[in-house]
Structures are given as structure tokens and as C-alpha cells.
Design a protein around this ligand. Structure first.
Ligand SMILES: Cc1cc2nc3c(=O)[nH]c(=O)nc-3n(C[C@H](O)[C@H](O)[C@H](O)COP(=O)(O)OP(=O)(O)OC[C@H]3O[C@@H](n4cnc5c(N)ncnc54)[C@H](O)[C@@H]3O)c2cc1C
Length: 416
């Protein structure tokens, strides 16, 4: 049976890998010249099993109101006339109900635990390297009020089978000595020792490079213009290459892994996927003073900024904007990330050669990805991974391969 994977970001490439390992004939299609060049290109680098709680939680509406109109707000809503954006925002509010948050958190946590295990296995099997560090993630609190919630979060994580301990400001500096300059402002932390970090783009490219060796056919520079359907079944994809030549590719089954663009391809078929592109930024800077740059991956809980050491680079990422499909980075957002890094780790990075990037998180309102069957025969979904696509990639792909093989995947998750 030939399965065609649509999209070669971290989700599509891992999907192709696990499908091939499950014995399917596999091909993969992407419009870019290489794998992992869109949202999987420069994310925060965190394998963040310890952050299953979605943005949509009971405190989110009030927090968003407080931030309204502030250009430096971690979450910025730029209202458009499009119905999609408003519909998504309303669904987001629904997902903020306590029982929805609990359901979503638990589903994401189970998938994340499973995914981290699959990632470790895959790393052992392939030996691929992607500037990964197994030093855990330290969540940082700079206000007594937010730190007050840390014991509840630690208890919830324990309940979900995820190791996390509340630590004092001194212990934060012991875990990550580069935090010494922030000691006076730090109130405490939440340390998840089993979390990891690494470069999702390097990982995606390294895994994609192995696909042809396994017999996977790779179609790059190939834009999918339309999915063609007849009688409730997908019977091909209409494509265009860089020279403008058009054609149709077909297979026995298709898996949609088009990230934020999944919705656009499905809308003409009358299927409205609840995915909105939530824009985020990252800044990557060379480390010039390794002793003062962190190695433990960090999450600043008040600013919603994450930071990961990727070899001799430091990646700082964060912010969320609801601003349509626009990927142009705004300078002020970059400045904010740079200031954060320079305040926290004075002299550690070279600001002059830092690169700013913006990407679109394929976010569902509750941050729970869409994995499983579509309403169309022969079409499957593995998309909508939002803020956690790197964390959830291996687990989602392994589960999808199980589903197509007719088996029940291991994690208890609302598969379609
Ligand atoms: C600033 C930022 C920080 C983040 N930090 C983290 C983090 O620390 N940890 C974490 O787990 N996650 C993080 N994420 C989220 C994570 O990066 C995404 O969830 C993940 O990259 C999504 O992967 P994907 O493969 O689904 O989408 P993509 O990487 O966007 O892949 C989709 C692919 O489909 C292709 N495509 C689209 N349309 C077409 C078409 N019409 N024809 C052909 N090809 C097409 C694209 O070229 C692309 O290669 C972050 C995201 C952002 C923006």
C-alpha cells in the first residue's frame, strides 16, 4: 500500500519515517527545496513534556485582556475582517473552560510522554545528532504571585506521570549557573529533569536525509494546489513544480501534514479544520562567552519566552500574534527577545550577528493536534500541533502509523 505524506516539516518527515518502518510504500511532497523550512525551521527547541497545559486555560481571557493593545504583549490579537480568525478566537474561549482545559492538558500530556520515549528510541536507532541536550527544562518565576501556582503545577505533572520539582532561586542557579546574573530577581523555579532540547530543523533534515535510503520517494519543490475528490474519496493531489508544470500525484492513502496550511487545502472540500496560524518569533545568536550562556533549556513563565542552547548558538523564542498568514518579522519583537537575552545573560551572545525569524504555529483552539481519519476516504490527518509540534512529532507520527495499520495506538488520546 502506497501512502503519500503531504508536507515535510517535522510532522511530515516523522510520519514518513514511521509509516515506512511499519512496512508501507511511502512518498512525501513539499513545496520547499528541502525539509523543515517553514514552522519547523527555528522554533524554541524544547521537548517540553512538562508544559502540557494549553494557552487556552481559565486564566487566559483575563491575561489576554490585560495585554490588549500592548505591542510588547506575549499574546497579541490583531483583528482582521476574516471570519476564520473570529471563529477560532471564540472556540479558544470555549477551550478556556476548566473541564476543557483539564481534558486537553491530559490528552497532550499522554501524547507528550509517549512522544519523548519514541524520540529517544529513534535517536538510539539512527544515531542522528541535532545539538540535543538532555539537561531538562527549568521554568522560571520572577513574581511571587505566579510562583505561588508552582506547587499545584508540580502536583498536576506528577499525577500525569511527569517528573517536576519546585525549586528555590538558589537551586535554580545551582541547576543553571548562567542564571547567576538574574539571582536577585528570581523568585523560584519548577524543574523538569527529563525534558530535553535540540534543533528541530537539524533533526528534520537529518531524518529526511535517511528517507531515500529506506526507499521513500521525496518530491520537493512541489506545491500542492488542490486535493481532488470524487464520491467522498480523495483520488489524487494536483501539483505544480517550480517551472510551473502541473500534474497529478496519486497513492492509496494520503496524510495531511501541512501545518498552518492544512486548513487552506481542506476548505475547498467543505471540511473546516479548526487550525489558525499563530505567529511566533525566534532569535538565534552565536554564543561568544560559553560560561555565561545557559545549557539547561529555560522558560520564563512571566514573559512566555523560552531559551535553548543549540551547540554554539543560543535560541530565544516566544510571543504569539493572531495576524493571519503574515510571516514578516517585526523588528520590535526581535528587540524584545534580544533585550531579554542580554539582561539575563550579559555578554554571553553576539547581538550584531543574531538572526530574527517568524513562523506560524498551526494551532487548534485547545492546542490538541488532529490525528486520525478525515471525513474523506483515503485521507488521514496529522496536523494542528500548535505550540508543541517538536515535542509531539515522534509520538504523533508513530500513533498515526499504528492507526493506518489498523492497530490501536498506545497513548490514550482523542484520535479521530
Ligand atoms: C516561535 C516558535 C517557537 C516554538 N517553539 C517550540 C518548542 O520549543 N517546542 C515545540 O515542541 N514546538 C515549538 N513550536 C511549535 C513547532 O515548531 C510547530 O508545531 C511545528 O514545527 C509544526 O510542524 P509541522 O510539520 O506540522 O508544520 P511545518 O513545519 O510548517 O510543515 C508544514 C510543511 O508543509 C509544507 N506545505 C505547506 N503548504 C504546502 C503546499 N500547498 N504544497 C506543498 N507543501 C506545502 C511546508 O513547506 C512545510 O514544510 C514553536 C513554534 C514557533 C513559531
Amino acid at each position: 500500500m502506497h501512502v503519500m505524506v503531504l508536507g515535510a516539516g517535522v510532522t511530515g518527515v516523522t510520519t514518513a519515517w514511521y509509516l515506512r518502518k511499519a512496512g508501507f510504500d511511502v512518498s512525501i511532497v513539499d513545496r520547499q527545496a528541502a525539509a523543515g523550512l517553514e514552522t519547523s525551521f527555528a522554533n524554541g527547541g524544547q521537548i517540553s513534556v512538562s508544559h502540557p497545559e494549553p494557552w487556552a486555560n481559565p486564566s487566559a481571557p483575563l491575561t489576554a485582556l490585560r495585554w490588549l493593545g500592548r505591542e510588547d504583549a506575549p499574546l497579541l490579537f490583531r483583528p482582521h475582517a476574516q471570519r476564520d480568525q473570529w471563529q477560532w478566537a471564540l472556540s479558544f474561549l470555549f477551550e478556556c473552560l476548566p473541564w476543557r482545559t483539564r481534558r486537553n492538558t491530559e490528552a497532550i500530556a499522554r501524547l507528550a510522554v509517549h512522544s519523548a520515549e519514541r524520540l529517544r528510541e529513534l535517536r538510539e536507532e539512527t544515531g542522528i545528532r541535532y545539538d540535543q541536550l538532555e539537561r531538562g527544562i527549568l521554568h522560571l518565576f520572577f513574581s511571587a504571585q505566579t510562583f505561588g501556582d508552582a506547587p499545584r503545577r508540580a502536583a498536576e505533572l506528577h499525577h500525569l506521570g511527569i517528573a517536576a520539582e519546585v525549586v528555590s532561586a538558589e537551586e535554580c542557579v545551582r541547576i543553571e549557573p548562567a542564571l547567576a546574573a538574574s539571582r536577585a530577581e528570581l523568585v523560584g523555579g519548577l524543574y523538569a529533569p527529563d525534558d530535553e532540547s535540540g534543533d528541530a530543523h537539524c533533526f528534520t533534515q537529518a531524518l529526511a536525509a535517511r528517507l531515500p535510503e529506506l526507499g521513500v520517494q521525496v518530491h520537493l519543490n512541489t506545491t500542492i494546489e488542490r486535493l481532488s475528490s470524487a464520491g467522498g474519496r480523495i483520488d489524487g493531489i494536483e501539483v505544480r513544480d517550480v517551472a510551473g508544470r502541473t500534474g497529478t500525484l496519486s497513492a492509496d492513502a494520503y496524510v495531511l501534514c501541512l501545518g498552518s496550511h492544512s486548513r487552506q487545502l481542506m476548505a475547498p472540500l467543505g471540511e473546516h479544520l479548526p487550525i489558525y496560524p499563530v505567529k511566533g518569533y525566534s532569535l538565534t545568536a552565536p554564543v561568544i562567552d560559553p560560561a555565561h550562556a545557559p545549557e539547561v533549556s529555560l522558560t520564563d513563565e512571566s514573559r512566555r519566552i523560552v531559551c535553548s542552547r543549540l551547540g554554539d548558538r543560543l535560541r530565544i523564542a516566544g510571543t504569539a500574534e493572531l495576524d493571519g498568514y503574515n510571516t514578516t518579522p517585526r523588528e520590535e519583537r526581535g528587540r524584545m527577545l534580544l533585550e531579554w537575552a542580554q539582561n539575563r545573560f550579559p555578554g554571553a551572545i553576539d547581538p550584531a550577528t543574531a538572526t530574527l525569524w517568524a513562523g506560524l504555529r498551526p494551532a487548534t483552539p485547545g492546542n490538541v493536534p488532529i490525528i486520525g481519519r478525515s471525513a474523506y476516504d483515503k485521507l488521514w490527518y496529522n496536523t494542528g500541533h500548535g505550540t508543541l509540534g517538536w515535542t509531539l512529532a515522534c509520538g504523533s507520527a508513530a500513533a498515526l502509523a499504528e492507526l493506518i495499520s489498523g492497530r490501536r495506538p498506545t497513548p490514550d488520546f482523542p484520535f479521530r
